[in-house]
Design a protein around this ligand. Sequence first.
Ligand SMILES: [Zn+2]
Length: 458
Amino acid sequence: MKTIDQNIFKSYDIRGIVDTQLNTSIVFEIARAIGTETQLRQRKNIIVARDARLSSPELAKAAIEGLRSTGCDVTDIGEVPTPVLYFATNTLGIDSGIMITGSHNPANYNGIKMVLAGETLANQKIQALYTRIQNQDFLNGAGSYCEKPILDAYLNHIVEHIHLPRRLKVVIDCGNGVASVIAPQLFKALGCDVIELFCECDGRFPNHHPDPSVPKNLETLIETVLKNKADVGFAFDGDGDRLGVVTNQGEIIWPDRLMMLFAKDVLSRHPNAPIVYDVKCSKHLITWIKQHGGQATMAQTGHSLIKARMREIESPLAGEMSGHIFFQDRWFGSDDGVYSAARLLEILAQSSKSLSTICQALPNSTNTPEIKIAIPEEQKFSFIETFKRETTFFDAELITIDGLRVEYPNGWGLIRASNTTSHLILRFEADTVSALEKIQSIFKEQILKVNDQLSIPF
Ligand SMILES: [Zn+2]
């Protein structure tokens, strides 16, 4: 029996601290499980990609050996953003692939995102890998290995399909993450004037953490956009599947407002289509989708879960508050920060207005960003279960798709357990500041009733 920490098998992917939870021999075992599962799905070929973390090359090598030991033939596409792996699984005739990536986690983390026979693995299917390792239930074989560069094909595909009718000045901040290998070239190829910030891969992330959902990480981008009078600023997360956007005026456009722009565009070609968004998004997005003739569909947070839902209901567009945007319209239904940025440029270039002016026309409200409350890992899910069971909210509609979203006529609050970190995640939105504060105080009281040890920042 191998000792592998079961906690690294998360809801949407595998993630852990390098050396203690994740090392080459553990990744080798996981890859044996993945290789076996791949063949049980009647597939023999699998693509392997990796991000730019310091530990990624050796972990990718271990994964390749593990996959080949089961008899899988491996195609190595090298150091690329996670979305480029998804692109490869949709265009190379090989619909299985794994990505060695720690996404936006701290530099000492790494992990694996998995697509098997076209399906992004989640929940029980990830847990099944753990069980398979415990049982050492692996196929044996001797698979082949080849390398296949893919970035040119990815760039050409986007440049062929996206045309910008006017020249835009764009600042891009890759945060030294792996989007650096393609984003500058792509936006130049689209005809933009590109100003680069931290577009050299560096797994230590020496400038700022590559997580555009945290406003602090966007400070240099905002400054640079304003100083250069750029049309827009983009920030990508560590593995390039999430997008952050700053307008020409330096305002951050949170993904639920970005989704309004994308939804309007997509619904103009797909009337009546379902548009998917996660439980953290603004209620204005819901109203907006309906006003533009779409079906507003709320879903659980989590890129794997959103992709599955999109496919199930044939939705052309989905988005998460965290910055994962998924196009199935003219794209493959996968989340891609770089491609989403190109789609925003298309909308912007087709308009004579500035992004700031375009966004000012969108409905807005008083809201908070994501609020994180630290909680021991083993308590986070049980806290939410107790919270759902034991709290009472008067005159509110309760939505239990993911955690608890409490909707009042003048606003809402959400509490859920993060699947990726040891936190409870909260968000609030209301028509007025006083309504927002009222909802927050109701939540605070109820949270402390369940656990008075938690430190609540509101
Ligand atoms: Zn990511």
